[in-house]
Design a protein around this ligand. Structure first.
Ligand SMILES: *[C@@H]1O[C@H](CO)[C@@H](O)[C@H](O)[C@H]1NC(C)=O
Ligand SMILES: *[C@@H]1O[C@H](CO)[C@@H](O)[C@H](O)[C@H]1NC(C)=O
Ligand SMILES: *[C@@H]1O[C@H](CO)[C@@H](O)[C@H](O)[C@H]1NC(C)=O
Ligand SMILES: *[C@@H]1O[C@H](CO)[C@@H](O)[C@H](O)[C@H]1NC(C)=O
Length: 305
């Protein structure tokens, strides 16, 4: 009996690891520090990031701030990718920064051993990635808080991982229509990128944008690692409604879906898993309820921790 169950679990393991695609991907979404803690809450995740990943077939685990490196390592080995959301946490020193740094380093180390662990940074998340790669402050002030723009693609998009399999119509819409929502006061300018050897070696620039005077990076992907960043917000188009400049057209929502699908497909190439179903269930975001904050807050719904 014992022998039989051992055999069966071995077969299951083989089947699981030989499968080409992990069709049960679980992606971490990094929480971030609340600037002025209210009540007992010290960190949050805007629910739109969770819905964005769920829309493409992933389940989400919140990655809490202020955990030990050992706890993050265990979580890294349990999940299939991570998303660093936008917001206003400090990218030089915060719970968000510490966790982001650990997962970034683990993802790079893993890729060198053939373990594909994708990392996505949106807005603040992109700014965090740029700082982690460069090791220097690389942000400049730009006039970009609250506007939707078309992407100014570089000639690198056709051999990019992110865009090469996009439907041509979606790419064309991205280039011609203002579908990408920008809500940031800081950017990495093209001038900074062109002067920073570490950034240039690490990231391929897929698109840029202008704030009227300054050209800044709007979409990047790492050359050798599954690391991606957008200064704009793909998750807002389908899921956030509190600002008039959020694009909600059919092409805007379609674009968001293809971005989500791309990233979740990246996570399907990863085969990390929790040690047990119980541990997996304990970690899932389903254990928490989002709060409706849209009457006062910029986000419709927020998870507080
Ligand atoms: C904070 O936590 C304490 C202990 O769990 C609880 O008694 C209290 O009601 C909480 N306060 C708020 C504002 O949630
Ligand atoms: C910032 O950009 C907006 C248009 O998006 C423009 O109306 C405004 O004058 C700009 N402000 C500055 C200080 O350049
Ligand atoms: C990318 O490929 C498309 C379709 O083959 C082509 O029309 C377009 O000019 C290419 N773009 C660049 C920047 O090479
Ligand atoms: C698009 O990018 C090119 C190349 O970097 C730049 O010269 C041009 O000014 C940009 N155009 C817009 C509208 O952002």
């Amino acid at each position: 009996m014992h022998w039989l169950s051992l055999c069966l679990s071995f077969l299951f393991l083989c089947f699981y690891t030989l499968a080409e695609s992990n069709d049960r991907p679980i992606i971490g979404v990094l929480a971030q520090d609340i600037s002025s803690p209210q009540g007992n809450w010290t960190s949050y995740i805007a629910a739109s990031y969770v819905k964005f990943l769920e829309s493409a077939g992933a389940r989400v685990v919140p990655v809490m701030i202020n955990k030990t490196p050992e706890e993050y390592k265990t979580l890294f080995n349990s999940i299939n990718g991570i998303l660093y959301p936008g917001g206003s946490a400090n990218i030089f020193s915060s719970g968000y920064e510490k966790a982001a740094r650990i997962f970034y380093e683990l993802a790079i180390e893993a890729k060198k051993k053939g373990d594909h662990f994708p990392v996505w940074g949106t807005c603040l998340g992109l700014e965090q990635l740029m700082y982690l790669t460069s090791g220097k402050p690389v942000l400049s002030r730009t006039n970009t808080s609250g506007l939707a723009l078309p992407l100014n693609f570089t000639n690198k998009i056709n051999d990019s991982k992110l865009f090469q399999n996009f439907p041509p119509q979606v790419l064309q819409d991205l280039a011609l229509k203002p579908l990408t929502e920008n809500s940031h006061k800081w950017s990495v300018t093209m001038a900074t990128y062109n002067e920073d050897e570490k950034l240039q070696k690490f990231y391929k620039v897929l698109s840029t944008n202008m704030d009227g005077t300054t050209e800044f990076l709007s979409t990047v992907e790492a050359y050798d690692y599954p690391i991606y960043g957008t200064q704009w917000h793909p998750e807002k188009n389908p899921f956030e409604w509190t600002r008039s400049y959020y694009p909600h057209s059919s092409s805007a929502v379609k674009m968001s879906f293809y971005i989500a699908q791309f990233f979740v497909d990246e996570a399907r190439k990863n085969f990390h898993r929790f040690e047990s179903v119980d541990l997996e269930q304990d970690a899932l975001i389903y254990n928490y309820n989002p709060v409706y904050t849209g009457r006062k807050n910029i986000f419709e719904q927020v998870y507080y921790f």
